[in-house]
Design a protein around this ligand. Sequence first.
Ligand SMILES: [Zn+2]
Length: 736
Amino acid sequence: MNIFPEVKSINYKSGNPAKFNKLKLNLYEQDELTQSKADELAKIRFWDYPEIISLEADNPANVLAVDCVADLSDQDVEPDYSELYRKQGYRLKIEETKITLSYQTQVGFLYGLTTLKKMIAAYLSGTGVFDEYIDLEIDRAGYKKLQQLNADINTAEYVLPACEIIDYPSVEVRAVAPTFSWYSGYGRLGFDMQLWGYDEWAEYLYQCVDQKINQFNMVMYGYWPFEFDEYPETIYKDIPIEIWNAENERFIKMKYTHPNIEDNFLPKFIDLAHELGVKIVAYVGLNSYNGGYSIVYPEKRMVPPAGSDFLNDFDSICLSDPKNAAYIVRSMEKITELGFDGFALEESEEGFWFCECDKCKEKWHSVSSTPGEAKHKANFWLLDQIYEAVRKINPEVVVGIRAFRQPPLEKDPAFLQECVDSVRDDVVLFWAPGLYVPETEFTKWIDAFGKDRIWARDTESNSITSTMGRLYRIFESNVLRYEDEANVQVIERDIEQHKGSIREKVHGINGYMFEWFGYFLHQWAHGNYGWGSTMPNDDFFENACKAEFGENLGREILNVLRSILTIHESQMKLYTTPFPFQSNIVNKSDIPTIEQAIADHPAILAKIQKMIHALSSNPKLKHYALHFKKIENSYRRSRIIYEMMLASIEYDNAPEEDKAALLDEILFFNERDFDIVKEMFFDINPVSATGVKSCMIPYHEVKRLINNIKYPENKDEAIICSGIEALGWLWLDNSK
Ligand SMILES: [Zn+2]
């Protein structure tokens, strides 16, 4: 059977299969779990198959017993993994007459149930029933057929082969990094999960536990998404925004408050996560983007070198002002009080300048040879204070950093030793190398810091995608001339790094999930390869899609996801504003590729629309519908962007007298592209509260650039950055 994350071992037995319609848990005398607790956890774990868990006392013929035994034999477990096996592992024995689930901890119990549910789901998808939802008409006959299909699923008999599974993870921490708020106020206000309330977060959590993920490194950049009485001016509350009103075709001004400040659901959510064995870590800046403080108090910011053109002086504050450091430390205390289990503190990768106020010159520059060194010393002075403060509140809280990331990317071992010496022994690393360097760079870091301190690598494929203004991008094959692209982050590179982490037996992996809808494959990859699978990529993608969606629908879905060509609006030559995440510029040699994408478009779009229909009406798969609704929006934009690219290539090669008309043509496509954006997204106009304009949707910048070409006598010089995060990555543009 296709079970993901792939189990460590499954032995098929010769006996008759187990056949059942419902499962009933039987607990025996144990210290940790009670019957009612186990039933409650099973209901949560079978969130998408609630009808299968039977709570009835009687035992009719179609109900199969699951004997739950809190006793775990070590037999056939590799000694290197015996501790992880005891903490998180389980055994599952399936026989005709009963199922036996053995475990030592609540987490092992949950993972065993999860595997059982995955087998049930794979059996159901394997019957081909999901294909029946594809052609349902929305009429009375279609509705009656839908009712019948749903009734058939609810009363389905499941058949699982007689087998014995022994399973445990290969690394202890398997994290994803979702965004609770991301540069909110600094460059945007939010999209996707940043706009969720409790119900959406709970459903996302369930899907993470389905992948046996056990930690969220939850990003909070920008206005704090929680109440903070001492610094109310820094929170995400009543922030002005313009919302598109399709009825009147105009933007209307409103004020927006983060859902967690509206409803304060974080405590309940953290409790739920803990119940399911998931730790919640705050992924925040060490001294950057911490709340709205540096937006509200521009005078508190670092002082850039006189005459420099560094745009982002707005994100970090001068550490020589005791009030500033006190604010950051108090923020971290507050986060600890909220119940977070740890910190991933990010030191910005920029080391080109550091605060040049008189005090910082005296305190940090005078004892450093470069601005980067001064910044680093100041940051680690701050880290020490944070460490002391948060450990007083929770002695167990994990303190981790994302640091030492600035060029040169290949580090001198002596420099790495200095890094090791500069942090306390139990501060862990939420970043280790993986891209743009040979794999030996990773082992160099392991040698320097030790395996136990490596909790993550450079697996940011999904976060790179999330910079692209809601355009879809997962595989190498979605990228124009991938082999020439400076930014190599795609799902294939994430998987390679996860495999390296498993090989080296480090403490943890982290997979970025900055954007969810459209990107369940990233999460599946983090789950499967974090657990320890070594399956070749293509087999994984095919088998995982088949297990989840069934043979035909699964194959179609994977084909579509691989076939989409995505070009970002900034890939026109006339788009001169730096955008390092997809930086190939279209040229004449790309015309055949773009024309082929145009030819393929109608058939692929029709497939996506069929998928949306098939998924929305299927009770087992309806949570996938929004993924494909977003992909549909992106792909309709792509059709317009292909035309825009062809017009821009013609513009680049046109005689002077033809250029004005071609610019108008590009503006026309820019408007049509934005029309489709307006149908779906919330935060699509520039945000400028810091003094620097930014917007992830390139529409505004395309308009500004073209108008500046058309009317050179009347230039608008206020760049609209294509995302604040781009500013830290400009070195990548120069690396080509
Ligand atoms: Zn200063």
